[in-house]
Design a protein around this ligand. Sequence first.
Ligand SMILES: [Zn+2]
Length: 87
Amino acid sequence: MDKPKLKVKSQGVPDLSSVKRCYLPGAILESDCSHCGKSAIVDFGDDYIMYPQQNSTHTLTFYCEACEDEWELSYAVTFSAKLVPSA
Ligand SMILES: [Zn+2]
């Protein structure tokens, strides 16, 4: 007998309007300070994405603990699922 197949029932944009805070433990973004070269991180296990929406653009503020510089970078939120081989 064949393995059960996965069927995609909808390819629309997921409705995340009820999600206020989205934590992503293990997702860490890093950027190097343009003044001293030290790296700074944003850890989404500690810092959450406020009201995530598919393809929405957000601004991160990085802080360099070495020289106390701050800078902002933008990122986009995307959510996806893909079929992988079963064990
Ligand atoms: Zn710095």
